[in-house]
Design a protein around this ligand. Structure first.
Ligand SMILES: CC(C)(COP(=O)(O)OP(=O)(O)OC[C@H]1O[C@@H](n2cnc3c(N)ncnc32)[C@H](O)[C@@H]1OP(=O)(O)O)[C@@H](O)C(=O)NCCC(=O)NCCSC(=O)C[C@H](O)C(=O)O
Ligand SMILES: [Mg+2]
Length: 300
């Protein structure tokens, strides 16, 4: 049985809903404690005006002093290192030690390595992970190399606002012209065993279109979605979480392989469907995720 403390550990780490909260917005920061998202990105970058950066860092210092967020992965998005804000953001990361530092607009392997070097030089814990935003044309083109840049790198997050800005591709339902690039990023991440989170959807009042985009992102292999508004949490959890029918099937796969006669079989017939041992690992992951979600529900 997976202990609740394992909620954020492989293989069943939940990253269905990754909510961005502007670190300069005290009201939004307060609300975070009551929200049912899997992860929170405290944003020091684009949602914080230059003259509010210091105040935003102070807000995070205060919030982290109050104690960790229960059962949610905590991420700080810094400004790029080469900006006037980047180094002070990294000093804050080292000081308050979130679980993850998210680096925006990553285009080269060296940008991830520079962050990893700072973490090592300052004695940050080995568990402090790096996530990278892939949101520029060069970032997409170099995604495969970036994915293998450093062992602290655990996750890509796609940023379509910047990518559209950098390419001129319009925002359209179905994202037809973006899909090839999105799949390239998914493939790069998966090749190195890291999660990939789909981009934010700006029109937070349009529930129907958000639903469609979550369904698409899930079918494309994303682990979850970056969110901008609390109303997007429930649909993201639903779409990127285990479907009850899939959980039933996964339990049947586990039970079938547990039978003594299946012990030395790599492939079995389960109700007229071929099932291989590779499906067993997937099934176990799904069932573990489902259990963690159920335990979290019991606690809330
Ligand atoms: C988009 C918003 C500015 C809308 O805010 P608001 O006008 O306050 O919306 P509501 O009145 O509907 O809000 C209802 C209540 O919910 C709280 N709220 C809203 N958003 C958040 C949030 N993100 N986290 C926590 N709480 C939130 C409000 O305070 C209201 O509470 P109450 O007062 O009790 O009623 C706003 O949603 C917002 O700022 N969203 C996040 C913006 C952000 O983080 N931007 C950066 C990430 S986007 C990105 O990274 C793009 C990427 O880089 C790319 O290139 O694509
Ligand atoms: Mg961006």
């Amino acid at each position: 049985m997976t202990a609740l403390t394992d909620i954020n550990s492989a293989p069943a780490r939940l990253r269905r809903s990754v909510l961005s909260v502007p670190a300069g917005n005290a009201r939004a920061l307060e609300k975070v404690h009551g929200l049912d998202c899997d992860a929170v990105i405290f944003d020091l970058e684009d949602s914080v005006a230059p003259e509010k950066k210091i105040e935003a860092r102070d807000n995070l210092r205060r919030l982290f002093r109050e104690g960790p967020l229960r059962n949610r992965e905590t991420i700080i998005r810094i400004n790029p290192l080469e900006t006037e804000f980047g180094r002070a953001d990294m000093d804050l990361v080292v000081e308050i030690s979130p679980e993850v530092v998210l680096v925006p607009k990553v285009e080269r392997v060296s940008e991830v390595q520079a962050i990893a070097d700072i973490l090592s030089e300052t004695g940050a814990p080995d568990e402090l992970a790096i996530w990278a935003m892939i949101e520029t044309p060069k970032g997409v083109l170099n995604a495969a190399a970036i994915a293998g840049a450093d062992e602290r790198l655990r996750c890509f997050v796609v940023g379509l606002n910047d990518l559209r800005k950098g390419t001129g591709v319009l925002s359209q339902p179905g994202r037809a012209y973006l899909v090839p690039w999105l799949m390239q990023v998914v493939l790069a991440g998966r090749a190195y065993g890291i999660d990939v989170i789909d981009s934010v959807f700006n029109d937070f009042k349009d529930a129907e279109a958000f639903d469609a985009e979550c369904a698409q992102g899930c079918a494309m292999g994303f682990s979850g979605k970056m969110l901008i508004h609390p109303a997007q949490i429930e649909p993201a959890n639903r779409h990127f979480g285990p479907d009850p029918r899939a959980v039933e099937e996964a339990e049947a796969v586990i039970a079938a392989f547990a039978r003594p006669e299946a012990q030395h079989l790599n492939v079995i017939n389960l109700n007229g469907k071929m099932v291989e041992r590779l499906h067993l690992a997937e099934a176990e992951k799904l069932v573990a995720s489902n259990r963690i979600i159920a335990e979290r529900k019991k606690l809330s």
